[in-house]
Design a protein around this ligand. Sequence first.
Ligand SMILES: Cc1ncc(COP(=O)(O)O)c(C=O)c1O
Length: 428
Amino acid sequence: MFSVGARGVRRVVRSMVAATTTSTPRTATGVSAAAEVIKMDVSQPQSLKKALSVPNKLLMGPGPVNIPLRVHNAMMKPMLGHLHPEFTEIMDEVKEGLRYIFQTKANVVCCVSGTGHAGMEATMCNLIEPNDVILIAQNGIWGERAADMAHRHDGDVRVIEKPAGDVFSLHDLDSALSQHKPAILFMVQGESSTGALQPLEGVGSLCRKHGTLLAVDTVASLGGVPFYMDAWEIDVVYTGSQKVISAPPSMAPMAFNDRAMAKVHARKTPIRSFYTDITWLANYWGCDGLPRKYHHTGPVSSVYALREALSMMCEEGLESLWSRHRSCAQKLYDGLADLGLQLFVDDPAKRTPTVTTICVPNGVDWTKVTKYFMSKYRVEISGGLGPSAGKVWRVGLMGYNCTPENVDKVLSIMKEALANVSKLKSNL
Ligand SMILES: Cc1ncc(COP(=O)(O)O)c(C=O)c1O
């Protein structure tokens, strides 16, 4: 209850007990005279009185990417309850789409409501029991993050490292697995901080030989490069909705195979996070054959968007998506070479087509270039991250934004920006 005073000041009336006691005298407005009046210190913000304003930008960084109109429109569909049968049917369609893009027949295919980090957190918190040895293959910021999370879950964290831009060979992994005998090996397929693409073929069977579970981050790569969860014997995978999938950031699709679920079910200690508990998520997503129970309120409109984005990926087909990403990336590499620019990842076989890292030439202030892109063209490209910070620009070619036209646009702005930035430099 509130009343508005002469000078427009709102007063809140507390004391429910007083308000419901019949013997307490009441004022003409029905407010108990004994009630405590609290003056609101925080008034409605001016900023929310103006209309929402969002500029149109072309997002050519490492994500999020622009989303197709069809995906936008999906979010305008009517709200449903998070356990309504019409909604759980849509969740089932999402699961089918995820099985296709992960190339898996695993039962437990679902989403954590959150971004890619939520998928990483869910992987760590479900798989790690205190003192479990977890081996992290670290060649960029995502391995660092994973190691940080694994420590928080009391894992016995071992790290094998490669320089930024490089990847791990089967030989590297085999000797590290023999040395550390980990319960879990964590790898990143597309290291978006460096632009490196980790080959995964053969890693799963090595892990099986050593009795290790293999968990893979595909946030920056899935849909843009081949990935076969079952054929490559990967036990846990997660991704993010806002990259190649081209839906808004908000969902972290993931899959746990039977080996991974067996470890979860054999835990001696409870999963430490209720929200990312895979047994609860599997139930909510209808993966365990039991009636769905309320776990959390699924982000209904985001699920619509994801469903529609997956439907578009299925229409195009994975092979076509992979070759579109490969050919656009090649066009970008060729154009950058024509501009005299070098790529951070030397070996073309080690580059992820989804995120290209371009070395900043000596004497060029990288921030001036990213600012030029944004201020003149409203196009985003980004700087480096973690080990590549200050050394590279990162250009994303993902999903909806991965087109030859966008490659041409980035190249022509880059040419102009470099000429401009150099002019600015020589004027100084
Ligand atoms: C490889 C990789 N893993 C994890 C993440 C974290 O995802 P999010 O920012 O959606 O939480 C990112 C984000 O760029 C990523 O590129």
